[in-house]
Ligand binder design. Structure first.
Ligand SMILES: O=C(O)c1cc(C(=O)O)c2c(n1)C(=O)C(=O)c1cc(C(=O)O)[nH]c1-2
Length: 238
């Protein structure tokens, strides 16, 4: 095979891999009935608050998940880049960064901060789903850990819809709290694009690529399980 034919074959193989990863969007939590109801303005205050308070457990676990990916990754350039994600959520100091922005969203929906931070409203199903995500990134091959973040390919569209829905249907939410999602709409596509490049570059075998696709499915299941648990806990409120 000459070089041009080889390059064309490799590009086609990469395209098929990316298409396979993108096809996992059908299992993304944007399609969960709880999420659909929230976007359509059919959630009660307690359900919206339940989502935000429970999601805190996901937010606070992200830096530990990213630290696990870094710990397993042998490539300095990738570690350097991935460390930015960790720094983003933790922020340079108290009160600044992704976690602080999420806590401002908690304020904006009327949650008591101490109650959010003591996690007394976190339901068991959310805790175990998130813990599963962190454990997966600790134990799986580092490229699978990175692939599991690729739900961020699907997140920007959902976050834009969520911002619009919160403004339109839930006027009791202080709009300043939406800054978390506004910032993520800019950042998530960049993070997803980098993660996709890494997965394309370092998943060099069909087995690694299959494992990356499986990791993305597992991650969709984590998010879906979170919403199952939240939906269940706040069902009586509907
Ligand atoms: O609001 C959302 O629907 C949503 C979804 C996701 C996701 O798909 O995992 C993330 C975020 N937000 C997010 O804000 C975020 O920082 C984030 C990091 C990750 C990850 O797996 O590393 N996912 C997500």
């Amino acid at each position: 095979m000459n070089a041009a034919v080889n390059a064309a074959v490799n590009a086609a193989v990469d395209d098929a891999f990316v298409a396979e990863l993108r096809s996992r969007s059908t299992a993304y939590w944007a399609n969960h009935p709880f999420q659909r109801a929230m976007l359509a303005g059919r959630s009660t205050r307690e359900q919206v608050r339940g989502f935000v308070a429970n999601r805190w457990y996901y937010q606070k676990s992200l830096p530990q998940k990213d630290a696990a990916v870094i710990a397993n990754c042998p490539v300095p350039e990738v570690r350097r880049h991935w460390a930015e994600r960790l720094a983003y959520h933790d922020g340079p100091r108290e009160g600044v960064g992704g976690l602080a922005d999420w806590l401002r969203l908690c304020d904006a929906v009327g949650l008591d901060r101490d109650t959010v931070l003591d996690e007394s409203t976190v339901v068991p199903g959310v805790r175990s789903a998130v813990d599963r995500y962190v454990a997966f990134c600790r134990t799986a091959h580092w490229t699978a850990g990175i692939a599991s973040s690729l739900t961020e390919l699907f997140a920007p569209d959902l976050m834009s819809q969520r911002i619009a829905a919160f403004r339109r249907h839930y006027p009791w939410i202080d709009a300043s709290g939406l800054e978390y999602f506004e910032k993520r709409c800019v950042r998530a596509p960049k993070e997803a694009s980098y993660a996709l490049d890494v997965v394309l570059t370092y998943c060099a075998t069909p087995e690694r690529r299959a494992a990356a696709c499986d990791a993305l499915t597992r991650k969709c299941e984590v998010l879906w399980s979170m919403l199952d648990a939240i939906d269940d806990a706040y069902r009586a409120e509907r």
